[in-house]
Design a protein around this ligand. Sequence first.
Ligand code: CP
Length: 338
Amino acid sequence: MISWNHKHILDLATFSLEDYSAVLELAKRFKAIPKTGARKLPALQGHSIATLFFEPSTRTRSSFEIAARSLSADVMSFSPSNSSLKKGETPLDTAMTYVAMGADVLVVRHSSTNVPEQLAQSLDEIGQQTAVLNGGDGLHSHPSQGLLDLFTLANHFKPDNPTPAALQGKKIVIVGDILHSRVARSNLWALTGCGAEVVLCGPPSLLPEEFSDFVNAPPPRQKFDPIEKRGRVTIMRSLKEAFKGADAVMTLRLQQERMYENLLTDLNRYHLEYGLTHEKLQWCAKNVPVLHPGPANRGVEISSKLLDDRKLCLVNQQVQNGIPIRMALLYLLSATEC
Ligand code: CP
């Protein structure tokens, strides 16, 4: 029996160990469904999922839509460039229009932090049952990415039993533009919540010292941390030092506009210091896996050769695991009573 008490999924700071276990257990079951024969489960027949992506996406949006259809839900898709946003409609009114058309879950991505949270509050205030699932908001949070990364790592460390316990005591190094990354923030909550030690590595302009305290207290509007004992977060500036004893390495997309904000002086220099290559991976133990949430800048945060090295780089597994993880999240929000 899986227990679940979240009406919305906005941020992994609210997740307990039981929540991580529930999501990973369901994802494991959905992943095990054979890819041949009847590929749809009837679990969400009669449910409608709207994917409201106000900011571009390839992976997240497509995999939520595949996940919804795999559970027999109806999918309402939305394209901002062809929508009434062009006539001045607000994102909130757009979302409410999909609620009026019968959406049970809204998957929302927006470039502004807290749009999914504001929408969830508005729905709660009017007593609407529709759930909001954050598909990535500003710099704040990308919970389904944090969970699929967790699932990918758990499968890597314990293929037969990919539970949160697979992360206990593991050293995971996250490299790059942490400051502007909602993926890094969601991974920090998820990985430390499951007992991993996280080492953050990057230049001070993209990784301020304050990040070592990131998970020490819950976000301002949250009363308590549901995790009793989190793994530690440390900051290192030298990739060589950070890689000592690493069990896995994750790199993040370097948003090239940061150079024009004077946070970086030279992309080539960044690649030399922090770009992942086979040569730099020799500072880790043999066969340490590399993750990247995508989309990637080849030759900047990761070399083309390493990105295409399917033995070391788990990027395709991350994309594939996105589907069972998002099936699990849609199932938990639609088919369980909160
Ligand atoms: N990782 C991620 O969020 O990718 P998309 O922007 O393609 O959805």
